[in-house]
Design a protein. Structure first.
Length: 226
C-alpha cells in the first residue's frame, strides 16, 4: 500500500492518495484544488474509486467538483455529523467558518458541494462503502470518531499498516481549532487523549504540516490533563 501526499491550496492542506498494485485509488480530503491531484492520478495511471473526508471544512472539500468533473460521479464518504457542510443547506456552517477566517467572499462558492453517498460511524470500516474495490484492504481502515475540531471529525486507522490519517484533529506539533462552527474544546481534548492510546510508533498523516512521523513524537499540550 502506498500513501501519497499532495499539498493543496492556500491553507496547505494535505490531500492523500492511497493505492496499491491494483491501481485502484482512494482520495482522503481532496483539498481546495484538484489540479495537482488529477496530474498524479494520470501520471500513476490510477483509477479513482471513491473520496473520503476526515471532516467538512472548506479547505478539505473544495476540490470535489473538479475531481468529479474529470473522474465521473465518484462516491463520497463522510461522518453523518458533518452533514452541515454538504448540500444546499451548508452555507450557514461554511459562512460562519469563513467569517472567522476572514474569507467571507468564498462562502457562495461552497453552495453546491454535493452530499456524500455513504455516511460512516465510529467502528465502521471503509468496507461499508457499497461496491468498494478490494474490500479486504478497505476493511483494514477503521473509522475513529474524534469530535472537537468539528462534531463529525473522524480519523482513519490502519492497524496492519501502522498508519493514522488524522485530519485536523492532530498535527505534528499541534492540533486543530475548536472555535469553528461545530467545534468543542473539551471534546477535542478527549479525542486527542484517545488517539494517543494507539501504538506509539503509529505513523501520523495529518491534514496539515509534516506527515509520516511516529505518534509518540506528535505533541505535548494541555489536553493531556484529565
Amino acid at each position: 500500500m502506498e500513501i501519497l501526499r499532495i499539498v493543496t491550496g492556500v491553507m496547505a492542506e494535505n490531500c492523500y492518495i492511497i493505492y496499491d498494485e491494483t491501481k485502484e485509488a482512494v482520495i482522503v480530503d481532496p483539498g481546495e484544488t484538484a489540479f495537482k491531484t488529477l496530474e498524479q492520478l494520470k501520471n500513476l495511471e490510477l483509477n479513482l474509486k471513491y473520496i473520503v473526508f476526515t471532516h467538512g471544512h472548506f479547505d478539505h472539500i473544495f476540490g470535489i467538483q473538479d475531481l468529479r468533473e474529470t473522474c465521473g460521479n465518484i462516491p463520497l464518504v463522510a461522518h453523518q455529523e458533518e452533514s452541515c457542510y454538504f448540500g444546499p443547506d451548508a452555507l450557514e456552517a461554511h459562512g460562519y467558518d469563513l467569517q472567522m477566517m476572514g474569507l467571507p467572499q468564498l462562502t457562495e462558492a461552497l453552495s453546491n458541494i454535493p452530499v456524500p453517498d455513504c455516511w460512516v460511524e465510529e467502528g465502521d470500516t471503509l468496507a461499508k462503502v457499497a461496491g468498494i474495490p478490494c474490500p479486504e484492504e478497505a476493511a483494514q481502515w477503521k473509522v475513529l470518531h474524534t469530535p472537537g475540531h468539528s462534531s463529525g471529525s473522524i480519523c482513519f486507522y490502519n492497524q496492519q499498516e501502522g498508519a493514522l490519517i488524522s485530519g485536523d484533529t492532530l498535527f505534528y506539533g499541534g492540533y486543530g481549532h475548536s472555535d469553528l462552527y461545530s467545534g468543542n474544546q473539551q471534546e477535542l481534548y478527549t479525542s486527542l487523549r484517545r488517539i494517543m492510546q494507539l501504538p506509539p510508533d503509529t505513523k501520523l498523516y495529518p491534514g496539515h504540516r509534516e506527515f509520516g512521523i511516529p505518534l509518540k513524537e506528535a505533541i505535548q499540550g494541555p489536553w493531556k490533563k484529565k
